[in-house]
Design a protein around this ligand. Structure first.
Ligand SMILES: [Zn+2]
Length: 86
């Protein structure tokens, strides 16, 4: 998922100040609450059902956020006429 976000970012950032920007992701673990027994748990790989009562009536408590933490902007230090070394 990170890669696809970066991929689309590269496309929409073209010819803007954000062109070439690197995105850094920090994942937060998901946390579910079972609506039947009140159990709070972290879902396993692809298994969302409550490990206690096997209920699938659950509510996502954490891990659904998409939060922008910070943006570092680097301004061009060299004048536009400077030669570019490759
Ligand atoms: Zn349960």
């Amino acid at each position: 998922m990170d890669d696809s976000v970066q991929f689309y970012w590269d496309i929409i950032a073209q010819d803007t100040a954000a062109e070439g920007a690197r995105l850094h992701f920090k994942r937060i673990p998901a946390e579910l609450t079972c609506l039947d027994c009140g159990n709070i748990y972290a879902p396993g790989d692809g298994i969302l059902a409550c490990p206690k009562c096997q209920s699938t009536r659950t509510k996502i408590m954490a891990g659904e956020e998409f939060h922008l933490d910070s943006i570092d902007v680097e301004t061009a230090k060299a004048p536009a006429s400077a030669s570019v070394e490759k």
